[in-house]
Design a protein around this ligand. Structure first.
Ligand code: D6A
Length: 327
């Protein structure tokens, strides 16, 4: 049973995209994250001070809820935020795709950033189940659970720029959502991510620089994090740009004209429009860049600033691969 669900930007800067997910009839707004593999929700088991402003899942009101006794989970995200709690299974519905026996991780603790992100009621992980954090037995992601019931073992992301709802589709590739051809690239699942090797980059109308870039496609990361060589080359073309340690990244005058960034995927040149890289106001008349350094991360992250410029296919067949197309 294929499905399609809207992905609505949480704020004016597309910092994250939230999708309605129903757990036995209780609908929460979850952040679909291809960079992690836990489906967890704000719950009535949280301290009341941490519940405020969120929609809570209440397992006591679910007739299909089955607690997994002794099972726990504990996750930390790239920005240091995190959550932990207990586990059960229930019926989970995303658009038209409904699965039973899906592991749902109940939060009994969440970090302060999640408490204050009141539009976010939890995450739905879409990375590989090998990195699910549940002990004593790792659980399947929603996609893994649903896969056998889908027309095709795929899901697609069609995220939009600024204030527009996009969609995640499960089981089908909607050809009306992209132009031209799809370029597929192999995925290395060893780290549990949708990880691939980019083929290089170009800044504005500059020549393409061939270079292998180890990157992950991560819908849960807002910006693009790439090697310093790319970042330096990019902001060299932005007058007034500089690294601002107080802001923790490159900023530039908000009036600056930003060049496009082209990222190579095999022979396909994926173009990120310059205006997508003027991410948000930073302080005064300075704006914060949507392209930042990946130093310290261990790999590059092609996050929402990149993904929303493309139609992206996450192909979970026996040889997983990623597909990209213009739109
Ligand atoms: O870990 C990597 C996996 N994908 C990236 C990711 N990061 C978050 C996240 C969401 C919301 C928040 C908070 F609400 F602001 F706390 C924090 C982090 N979700 O996916 C990084």
């Amino acid at each position: 049973n294929d499905g399609s669900v809207t992905a609505s930007p949480e704020d004016a800067y597309d910092s994250e995209y939230l999708c309605p997910v129903s757990i036995d009839g209780q609908t929460l707004a979850l952040d679909f994250d291809t960079g992690s593999a836990d489906l967890w929700v704000f719950s009535t088991s949280l301290p009341s001070s941490e519940q405020k402003g969120h929609t809570l899942f209440d397992p006591s009101k679910s007739t299909n809820w089955k607690a997994l006794s002794g099972y726990k989970w504990n996750i930390t995200y790239g920005d240091g935020s995190g959550a932990s709690g207990t586990v059960g299974t229930d019926v989970v519905t995303v658009g038209g795709t409904s699965v039973s026996g899906q592991a749902v991780e109940i939060a009994t603790k969440v970090s302060s950033a999640f408490v204050s992100d009141t539009a976010n009621d939890g995450l739905l992980g879409l990375a590989f189940s090998s990195i699910n954090t549940v002990t004593p037995k790792a659980q399947h992601t929603f996609f893994d659970t649903a896969k056998s019931s889908l027309s095709s073992p795929v899901f697609t992301a069609d995220l939009k720029h600024r204030q527009l709802p996009g969609t995640y589709d499960f089981g089908t590739i909607d050809s009306s959502k992209y132009t031209g051809t799809i370029t597929y690239i192999d995925v290395d699942t060893a780290n549990g991510f949708w990880e691939f090797t980019g083929s290089g980059y170009a800044v504005g109308s500059g020549s393409f620089v061939s270079s292998s870039i180890d990157a992950i496609a991560d819908t849960g990361t807002t910006l693009i994090y790439v090697p310093d060589a790319v970042v330096t080359a990019y902001y060299k073309q932005v007058s007034g740009a500089s690294y601002d340690s107080s802001q923790g990244g490159y900023t530039f005058p908000c009036s600056a004209t930003l060049p496009n960034l082209t990222l190579g995927i095999g022979s396909y040149h994926a173009v990120v429009p310059g205006q997508y890289i003027n991410y948000s106001p930073a302080s005064g008349s300075k704006c914060f860049g949507g392209v930042q350094s990946d130093s310290g991360i261990g790999f590059s992250i092609y996050g929402d600033v990149f993904l929303k410029s493309q139609f992206v296919i996450f192909d979970g067949s026996s040889t997983p691969r990623l597909g990209f197309a213009a739109k």
